[in-house]
Design a protein around this ligand. Structure first.
Ligand SMILES: [Zn+2]
Length: 416
């Protein structure tokens, strides 16, 4: 099967987070027919996340070639973000393939499967240990990678990883990742508002300690992204902001923060329901004089992004926690430390090719793998970064054809 046909087949599975099982079974069948040993690692996502919702069983799939203690892991996640049904019916137009997952990241997945189907024996004959890891649920709660880390903790001593997340058709290579911490707060409205006000007032001074060092990690950020309450106020004032992704707050105006600047005393505030917790709210609804509302229960969210200095010893997180009222319950929804890949590993992978080194700005599964290794490239893959998760998601056919070649090259130069 040609890589394009394989990519199309993989796209047709609506494998949104926790619904990867059928896709995994399809890959497993292909491998079985080719007599390639593999492990379908079924698990219950419930055991790796705190959500109360019912979650179906899902699975990772591993092809583990070679015996060495030193391994190279080639990674693709099997899930995609949800999309209109039509996007699961891939179409070719103007030498491009359109559909959900073409960029993020079924082309990479197809490339890895294709390499296995065509070059398994060849890889086996080298002395290298290569682990092909097809991991579930990257897009929602990272249960698949947590399962992977648990599984491999005792099975490998020294592992290097390449996560084949899209980096503009291999034009860039991610050599580190910005850190992130997402906090969920719960308690009385007045305690949320006093905490938010304290953070807002101290923010510039705190962030000043962790400036942009021009090393690709940029400055650190703290954004108060969302407040919700069951009771709705009737006579509220509307404060207008401008939405944007919380990792780039300079592109928007945070309506919650705007409201705190505008009114010295606020008894009630909620932000627009459809925005956050990882974007800035474009609207805040405020009541300034109704102390009854100050006691209602509410939830709120904070989005923190860290560079290396802010991430070290959780410094920035500790600064923020000091400002949060002890009356509130605080939970970490997700987090990852800022990290940089040692040059020795990156240089082996980039030897002889032109690719720009960058720090990944968004979250990925990479921080979880830090438990096993420092040699983790969080992104080096086919697909345009900016098209991921959009309805226009597409990939050039030439890029689909090139992907298996680059994978084989990575296997060759990994030198483990
Ligand atoms: Zn992805």
């Amino acid at each position: 099967m040609q890589p394009i046909e394989l990519t199309k087949n993989l796209i047709q599975y609506q494998s949104t987070s926790y619904h990867e099982l059928e896709l995994v079974q399809y890959i497993s069948n292909l491998l079985s027919k080719a007599k390639i040993p593999h492990t379908v690692d079924e698990f219950s996502p419930h055991n790796y996340t705190h959500t109360q919702n019912e979650l179906p069983k899902t699975a990772n799939l591993y092809v583990d070639i070679g015996k060495s203690d030193k391994a190279l892991m080639l990674y693709a996640h099997t899930d995609v973000v949800s999309a209109p049904k039509a996007l699961f019916d891939p179409v070719i137009k103007n030498k491009k393939l359109y559909g959900r997952g073409t960029c993020d990241m079924k082309t990479a997945l197809a490339g890895l499967v294709h390499v296995l189907l065509t070059s398994y024996e060849q890889i086996k004959q080298t002395d290298k240990r290569i682990i092909f890891a097809f991991v579930a649920d990257e897009e929602t709660s990272a249960t698949g990678i947590k399962r992977f880390v648990e599984y491999y903790q005792t099975r490998v001593k020294d592992i290097s990883c390449i996560l084949m997340e899209p980096t503009n058709d291999f034009e860039q290579i991610h050599v580190g990742g910005r850190g992130y911490i997402f906090l969920d707060l719960e308690g009385k409205m007045k305690d949320i508002l006093s905490s938010f006000r304290a953070i807002k007032q101290a923010k510039q001074q705190i962030l000043g300690q962790y400036p942009d060092l021009q090393d690709g990690f940029k400055n650190s950020t703290i954004e108060l992204t969302k407040i919700s309450a069951n009771d709705t106020a009737h006579d509220f004032l509307t404060v207008q902001g401008k939405a944007c992704h919380a990792s780039k707050p300079n592109l928007g105006i945070n309506a919650i923060q705007q409201a705190l600047s505008q009114y010295a005393q606020i008894d009630y505030m909620v932000s627009s329901k459809t925005e956050g917790p990882n974007s800035l709210p474009s609207k805040a609804y405020v009541v300034v004089d109704n102390q009854e509302l100050a006691n209602i229960s509410a939830t709120a969210h904070i989005d923190i992004r860290t560079n290396l200095a802010a991430s070290k010893d959780d410094r920035l997180l500790k600064d923020v926690m000091k400002l949060i009222s002890p009356n509130l319950e605080v939970r970490t929804r997700d987090r990852g430390n800022a990290f940089r890949v040692p040059d020795t590993f990156t240089n082996r992978i980039t030897k002889g090719i032109t690719t720009e080194k960058q720090i990944a700005q968004g979250g990925s599964d990479a921080p979880y793998v830090l438990e096993l290794s420092k040699n983790i490239i969080p992104g080096f893959g086919p697909g345009k970064t900016k098209l991921a998760h959009t309805d226009e998601e597409n990939i050039a056919l030439v890029s689909i054809a090139n992907t298996p070649k680059i994978i084989l090259r990575n296997v060759k130069f990994s030198n483990n």
